[in-house]
Design a protein around this ligand. Structure first.
Ligand SMILES: Nc1ncnc2c1ncn2[C@@H]1O[C@H](COP(=O)(O)OP(=O)(O)OP(=O)(O)O)[C@@H](O)[C@H]1O
Ligand SMILES: [Mg+2]
Length: 379
């Protein structure tokens, strides 16, 4: 799957966005830059939620949360949220996500709207607060598409929802959390502050495409070892010879860790790292690794343990905690670890961009903070 083009006319801070991620570019890694507040995180979250949450009923609440405040004006026939073109290696599927008022459709229920080339996704309320505490669904989100018939389109959206991933810092405000919970991150009370992370944790279990970097990757690390062991064993059953997945994983990890060697407890209960210092071996544990080492390791393990291949991977602020050399290096890491994925990396890092051609780097127009005339008038 390849995200070819995204257009967002007007969503929160995003205005007239039109970005093409060329399908023939090698590597398929696209930095996305802007000034602070330019809308990078908003754009990644919007793409992720639309593509990850549109088919599964359990995930529709995240669409509804995202759409709070996205109002269709009285008399407006429809309001386009996003146009997303996907290249599935055979054809370009164009998805149009747009909203309508219920009233324009009369008393028709969501389930009854089934014209060709259109899938209703969810009802939502654009009101930020409902007056009588009762959820009032006044708007509808729909998805129009070309080429496919409705049932093919549902299958396509379903496949796409399993091929889209978002990685971001947990300190990021996630627009798909309910509004009240988003506020918790900035609440004065440390108890409530903890709640934000608890809610994010439970959200992560529902949004299986979401990953936050601060996650200590030990569980995923052990899962990767077990999966590799099982693959090798299955190979032995099939061919009589054990595969080399387990050894390949160890080799990859040792290459990634530089001067340390990874050891897995025999009972798969944990891992440690041997650091060789002047001929002497020191035993280290995951908590002894540096912030940057842990982050690099956790990204690798996330990609491997989730078997993320042929996917669209959106990563926000990937460079945080990395020295400029590692910001540059992360491009070849991603290329080497999982070459079949497309990556869109929201970033402020020049070092990261320098690892690619200038044409790979996409920009959201920086907002004009002060016009020259303002400055002249003030001075
Ligand atoms: N409803 C809204 N309408 C217009 N602008 C909004 C709305 N909600 C938030 N914004 C603005 O959108 C911006 C948030 O964008 P976002 O977090 O996506 O930026 P960013 O490019 O990721 O920034 P950073 O590099 O600092 O992470 C802020 O400037 C905020 O003021
Ligand atoms: Mg951001």
């Amino acid at each position: 799957m390849h995200l070819l083009r995204v257009q967002v006319p007007d969503f929160r801070g995003l205005k007239n966005i039109d970005i093409t991620f060329e399908k023939d570019f090698i590597p398929k890694i696209f930095p996305l830059g802007s000034q602070n507040g330019g809308g990078k995180s908003t754009l990644l979250q919007l793409i992720f939620v639309l593509l990850h949450c549109s088919v599964d009923d359990d995930k529709k609440q995240f669409l509804q949360n995202l759409l709070q405040g996205f109002k269709v004006a009285d008399g407006e026939e429809k309001r386009v949220l996003a146009l997303i073109d996907i290249w599935d290696r055979e054809k370009i599927v164009k998805l149009e996500f747009y909203c309508r008022k219920h009233s324009l459709l009369g008393d028709i229920f969501l389930e009854d709207i089934q014209p060709e080339n259109l899938i209703p996704l969810c009802n939502y309320s654009s009101a930020k607060q409902s007056s009588n505490n009762q959820e009032q669904n006044t708007e509808l989100l729909l998805c129009g598409f070309n080429l496919l018939k409705n049932n093919e389109a549902k299958l396509f959206l379903d496949k796409l929802s399993r091929k889209i991933f978002l990685a971001a810092p947990s300190t990021q405000v996630f627009l798909f959390l309910p509004l009240d919970f988003r506020k918790l991150l900035f609440s004065n009370s440390s108890k409530e502050d903890k709640n934000y992370y608890a809610i994010l944790e439970s959200t992560r279990s529902k949004l299986n495409g979401l990953f936050t970097y601060d996650f200590l990757a030990v569980k995923l690390l052990i899962k990767s070892f077990k999966d590799a062991r099982d693959r090798d064993f299955r190979e032995a059953i099939k061919t009589g010879n054990y595969g080399n997945s387990y050894q390949a994983l160890i080799n990859d990890l040792n290459r990634l860790l530089g001067n340390k060697r990874i050891n897995l407890n025999e009972d798969f209960s944990g891992v440690n790292f041997q650091l060789y210092n002047n001929g002497e071996a020191i035993e280290l544990y995951p908590e002894d690794l540096s912030h940057g080492e842990l982050k690099r390791l956790s990204i690798y393990i996330w990609l491997k343990s989730r078997n993320i291949k042929d996917a669209i991977v959106l990563m926000d602020e990937v460079e945080i905690a990395f020295h400029p050399d590692w910001q540059y290096q992360i491009i070849s890491d991603l290329k080497e670890w999982t070459p079949s994925n497309q990556y869109i990396l929201a970033t402020h890092s020049y070092a990261l961009c320098e690892a690619l051609t200038p044409a790979h780097v996409k920009e959201i127009e920086p907002k004009l903070i002060k016009s020259e005339s303002n400055i002249t008038n003030e001075s």
